[in-house]
Ligand binder design. Structure first.
Ligand code: AMP
Ligand code: ZN
Length: 113
């Protein structure tokens, strides 16, 4: 837990963001600047700065399974979606509390920019 971390504060509900998933170890909410019709962030409650600092394979795996559940609920499981975890500068990470992006509802290019 970090007092000044945006996603820690959202996970603790100190910032009133509507959560679309809550479980013991993670929460999910819609991205404030969506890059696709569905753009959700799945965030562990524990403060972990980036994937480089993650140690618990169960936790990291559960983020993906929560994203898959949300994709099903949002109606994009069949049409398709992308899950992305940006790590550090070259990937464009801006919030240093690990999070998994779930993007879908439109077709996406590959490779990513
Ligand atoms: P990243 O660039 O991979 O670190 O992703 C951080 C994401 O957090 C960006 O897509 C932002 O739009 C999103 N974001 C920043 N502040 C908020 C907020 N208060 N609520 C929801 N999403 C946010
Ligand atoms: Zn944090």
């Amino acid at each position: 837990m970090a007092d000044d971390c945006l996603f820690c504060r959202i996970a603790r509900q100190e910032i009133p963001v509507q959560l679309i998933h809550e479980s013991d170890d993670c929460v999910a909410f819609r991205d404030i600047k969506p890059q696709a019709p569905v753009h959700v962030l799945v965030v562990p409650r524990e403060h972990i700065a980036s994937l480089n600092d993650a140690r618990d394979p169960g936790l990291i795996g559960r983020l993906s399974l929560v994203a898959a559940e949300i994709a099903e609920r949002e109606g994009i499981a069949t049409t398709g979606y992308r899950t992305v975890m940006n790590t550090n500068a070259d990937a464009g990470q801006t919030v240093f509390h690990v999070h998994l992006h779930l993007l879908g509802g439109r077709s996406m290019a590959w490779p990513p920019g």
